[in-house]
Design a protein around this ligand. Structure first.
Ligand code: AMP
Ligand code: ZN
Length: 467
């Protein structure tokens, strides 16, 4: 099976092959660093980390160039600086460091490039000059705007009707816009705001700063080139952010109508109840605080429990379930601690699930099947093979990075038998039965019964509950 990805641009699942067989380029829009990211903001980095790992597996580690930016110049950052009295650079440094640490705790690999917007102002100005020169932009009252009417492919990604485009452009009273759908490429800065002198050819004077959309177009071009293989982000970025990135890049580049990205991938929302988790609604919980009570892998497991294009409801029960499932995996790995894992390939079941548009729920089901096999393996070679397969599969998903003993350290078992102990006993019972050691199997049944645990065997495995 080859990798298939759902391309928002075509609205179809398509086979993925990079433009250059020896290189894959991917860009994911990163955070604006003025406060803590919320767990919804962590969904794209975790989802695209799985894709990054899969691409590295398929094309080789050094062949995949993955850029995730930091937006470190933005109105919200300026406001945060004015409110706290802290310099902008101190705020952006602090929250970029926190973001990096929190994403690492969620098991994401460091991207190949982490460009910062303020390091690419020259490239942004270059794009604006080019757009002005070609008649795709105009200067008005200290601003430079992109003329949406000048690009007949505008709207091809979001496929929105013109009316929605205008509504979506969040029309404020903006006397400098020739058309309500036009968007800002460059805007003037007040004296107490950061800014850069505009080139004299633009026909505006004074200091100014880039619009958000322009930042990504410039960073993509600087780090990855005119056309990249994969562009990712949350589905709210499809319009206007990604539509505007396309318009700017395609019109500014001299490469004659080549697309900005060959594949556009968008993750669904993480919700609290019915609402999208968002800072503006105030219904947020941050990985930073969650990590005080939960291991990073638990958060990662929870984030990957739904398919990336589907909504994911964030609940306590999701976290508890994720922890419980990971405990089972670690219990099995702990039981296999005495045996050395051998070199092995990632099992085909895991690869097939991920190659099917990153179907992580199916990959997790396959992971459970591997665990069941590992838990009931009897001979030393079987156990070594099963352990190796489980670890290889986990590694591709960014899981099982802990030593099993450390995983369980500090987790309290509360009253009665802890869930993972029950799981371990049931695994042992299954193994005993397989070996026809019915005496041991009965002993375990009795022990569980004495602890008020009843269980039922079915073709899907064994389920249990407390009485
Ligand atoms: P922002 O800081 O709002 O630009 O968001 C950073 C990234 O997180 C973008 O890719 C957004 O699309 C994504 N994002 C924001 N809120 C959510 C959410 N509730 N669920 C999933 N992704 C989100
Ligand atoms: Zn972007």
């Amino acid at each position: 099976m080859t990798l298939h990805l759902f391309n928002t641009f075509s609205g179809k699942k398509e086979p993925f092959v990079p433009a250059d067989p020896n290189k894959v380029t991917m860009y994911v829009c990163g955070p604006t660093v003025y406060s803590y990211a919320h767990i919804g903001n962590a969904r794209p980095p975790v989802v695209f980390d799985v894709l990054f790992r899969l691409l590295r597996h398929q094309y080789g580690e050094s062949a995949v160039i993955y850029a995730r930016n930091f937006t470190d110049i933005d109105d919200k950052i300026i406001r945060a600086s004015q409110e706290t009295g802290e310099p902008i650079s101190a705020i952006t440094e602090k929250y970029a460091d926190i973001y990096r640490a929190d994403m690492a705790a969620l098991g994401t690999l460091a991207p190949t490039q982490e460009p910062r917007a303020t390091e690419h102002i020259e490239e942004m100005q270059g794009l604006v000059s080019s757009l002005l020169g070609k008649g795709h932009a105009y200067a008005e009252q200290g601003h430079v705007l992109f003329s949406v009417k000048s690009f007949d492919q505008y709207g091809n990604l979001s496929k929105l009707p013109q009316d929605d485009i205008i509504a979506g452009a969040r029309v404020e009273v903006a006397p400098y816009k020739h058309d309500p759908a036009d968007f800002v490429l460059w805007k003037p800065s007040k004296d107490d705001e950061p800014g850069w002198e505009a080139p004299s050819t633009w026909g505006i004077t004074g200091r100014g700063r880039p619009g958000w959309h322009l930042e990504c177009s410039a960073m993509i071009r600087a780090g990855l080139g005119d056309t990249i293989d994969i562009h990712g982000g949350g589905q709210d970025l499809r319009f206007p952010h990604h539509e505007n990135e396309i318009a700017q890049s395609c019109c500014a580049h001299d490469t004659g109508g080549v697309p900005l990205a060959r594949f556009w991938l968008h993750n669904g929302f993480l919700n609290m109840g019915k609402d999208k988790m968002s800072k503006s609604l105030g219904n947020i919980v941050t990985p930073h605080e969650l990590l005080e009570s939960w291991q990073g892998e638990v958060l990662r497991f929870a984030l990957l429990s739904a398919h990336y294009r589907q909504p994911l409801e964030w609940t306590d029960s999701l976290l508890e379930q994720s922890k419980k499932q990971l405990d089972r995996f670690y219990r099995t790995l702990s039981d296999l601690a005495d045996i050395e894992a051998i070199d092995t390939e990632v099992p085909a079941s895991i690869l097939a699930a991920l190659q099917d548009d990153l179907n992580t729920p199916e990959a997790m089901a396959a992971l459970h099947a591997l665990r069941d096999r590992a838990a009931t393996a009897t001979t030393a070679p079987e156990r070594a093979q099963a352990k190796a397969e489980l670890l290889a599969a986990g590694h591709l998903l960014g899981l099982f990075s802990h030593d099993p003993e450390n995983w369980f350290k500090g987790t309290s078992s509360g009253d009665g038998l802890a869930d993972d102990i029950i799981d371990a006993l049931l695994d042992e019972r299954a193994k005993a039965r397989k070996e026809k050691n019915y005496a041991r199997a009965d002993e375990i049944r009795d022990e569980l019964a004495a602890n008020n645990i009843i269980f039922e065997d079915s073709s899907d495995g064994t389920t249990w509950r407390r009485t």
